[in-house]
Design a protein around this ligand. Structure first.
Ligand code: URA
Length: 236
């Protein structure tokens, strides 16, 4: 990998800043100052420093964000996007939200630059479980709960089997779905004569939202969590 690209992928600098820094003798590879931005290095083994500070390169980054309301799940939009809550370097490192939560939905959003894994997690082939905590109005009864579980018509499409656990006399609960159609849960509740008033994703791909993360906070996944995600996506 070219040295200027390496710097870009660590998030240390944009590609053009990287060129300037390398030419200004700020970058060392294995203890030797390199002034050629096109120099090829092995990103897995090279010890690269910028102004004496070691740079950490990782092929893929996986981030758990506790999404607040008011942010769009996209890398670019007219309004604020979830990327604004993260490290500013992540956009140039190619990270993107894996799937979409509505602007008013909160909770677990995976942000990564692993396009292949992201695609597999969203693929209908793998039926990755997504669990949401909800509030609805009016409350639903047992007959509506069973219809939601069996599958409802959300406008020309019958939803696949889901699990619904009701609390608070039917005014709240948890719902697990395995698809991700546009506004799916809101449309499912409308189909049984209710309306979602609050929606928070608490589980995705075998991982549970870290309750110690306040809304708007994020952290890297642990290696164990990365492994669980890979398995959820059908990888060995
Ligand atoms: N279903 C919805 O209706 N909205 C979301 O954000 C996620 C699932």
């Amino acid at each position: 990998m070219r040295l200027d690209r390496f710097l870009g992928e660590t998030g240390a600098a944009s590609r053009s800043e990287a060129t300037k820094l390398i030419r200004a003798s700020k970058v060392s590879v294995n203890g030797e100052v390199i002034r050629d931005p096109s120099r090829h290095i092995d990103p897995e083994t090279a010890q690269v420093t910028l102004a004496g500070v070691p740079l950490l390169w990782r092929k893929f980054i996986y981030v758990m964000l506790n999404k607040p309301q008011g942010y769009v799940s996209a890398t670019e939009d007219r309004g604020p996007t979830v990327m604004e809550l993260l490290d500013p370097a992540f956009v140039r490192m190619g990270l993107f939200p894996c799937g979409r939560l509505d602007i008013d939905t909160t909770g677990f959003l995976l942000v990564t630059n692993d396009g292949a894994l992201g695609h597999e997690l969203l693929s209908p082939k793998h039926h990755v479980d997504k669990t949401y905590r909800y509030r609805c109005d009016p409350p639903i009864g047992e007959e509506q709960r069973m219809r939601l579980e069996a599958g409802v018509d959300i406008g020309g499409l019958i939803t696949r089997p889901a699990e619904v656990v009701c609390t608070d006399g039917g005014a709240g609960g948890e719902i697990t779905i395995r698809e991700g159609k546009f506004h799916q849960i809101k449309r499912m509740f409308e189909a049984v004569g209710s309306k979602i008033t609050e929606l928070e994703r608490i589980r995705f791909g075998g991982l549970t939202l870290d309750e110690s993360l306040a809304r708007g906070e994020w952290r890297y996944l642990t290696p164990e969590e990365e492994e669980i995600l890979r398995r959820s996506a059908g990888r060995k």
